[in-house]
Design a protein around this ligand. Structure first.
Ligand code: 6PG
Length: 237
């Protein structure tokens, strides 16, 4: 099931997204005693992270019951400026009382295949779907590190794979659409800015061509996908 929520601008999108994360976190904690969330990389989540890391929202969840994962990572060490883990530490995790053992980063310092295997084993060991997977969407329609015309789009066995991205001549480590992301109880895309408007319309309203627009692969098996977008990104919808 797909739902789209529109917000006036990037800041109100960030605020609404942060409030939504807290709401889902508290629902998960009261139902299951824990909240497992996968963060996204890129720049869009930063504003939301900063709101989550500040009062009043910061004090509205028991962070000791929150487990942090990532949907993807660059093939880089954790202190590298490209690291999604580093971005999340700087904008959120260093500012909240979350135990370090609750933070499960993708080990980008390993060779990509090794990093992906290690992470996939850890995800498999959880034995249950994640409660929330946050995703961004690139201007080319990619999500996580599922880029157009790349191998990872066709994966249907492993939860996490190494994915070579020709156009950037770089390796990424990414959760797969299947069997990983689409098993989540809730998937939330955060999309902001006029630069995403054309591709957002194609992804949501255009023909199904996931090789070209990998975000179209995201179709939860039992869960729900929620698009939180600002008006500049939504202008063609
Ligand atoms: C990454 C992200 C990637 C990101 C999109 C959107 O590792 O870069 O996981 O999928 O979400 O590229 O990025 P922006 O939010 O910067 O537009």
């Amino acid at each position: 099931m797909t739902e789209i929520r529109r917000y006036a601008d990037a800041q109100s999108l960030a605020q609404a997204s942060a409030e939504w994360v807290i709401q889902v976190a508290n629902e998960s904690i009261s139902e299951f005693g824990r909240f497992r969330i996968a963060l996204s990389g890129g720049s869009t989540p930063k504003a939301m992270h900063k709101i989550l890391a500040s009062e009043p929202l910061k004090g509205q969840v028991d962070w000791s019951k929150v487990k942090i994962y990532w949907g993807d990572e660059r093939s880089a060490p954790p202190d590298d400026e490209r690291s999604n883990y580093r971005m999340a530490m700087e904008t959120l995790l260093n500012h909240i009382p979350i135990p370090s053992e609750n933070i499960h980063r993708i080990e980008g310092e390993f060779e990509p295949e090794e990093a992906a295997t290690r992470y996939g084993r850890m995800l498999k060991a959880i034995g249950e779907p994640l409660d929330l997977i946050l995703l961004g969407m690139g201007g080319d329609g990619h999500t996580a590190s599922l880029f157009p015309h790349t191998e990872a789009l066709n994966e249907d066995k492993h939860r996490c794979v190494a994915n070579y991205v020709q156009k950037m001549d770089t390796w990424r480590i990414t959760m797969t659409a299947n069997p990983m992301i689409n098993q989540a109880r809730l998937i939330v895309f955060l999309v902001s800015g006029e630069g995403k408007a054309e591709v957002l319309d194609k992804v949501l309203n255009g023909p199904y061509q996931p090789e070209v627009y990998p975000s179209q692969l995201i179709k939860p098996v039992n869960g729900k996908v929620l698009w939180l977008v600002d008006e500049p990104a939504a202008k063609h919808l």
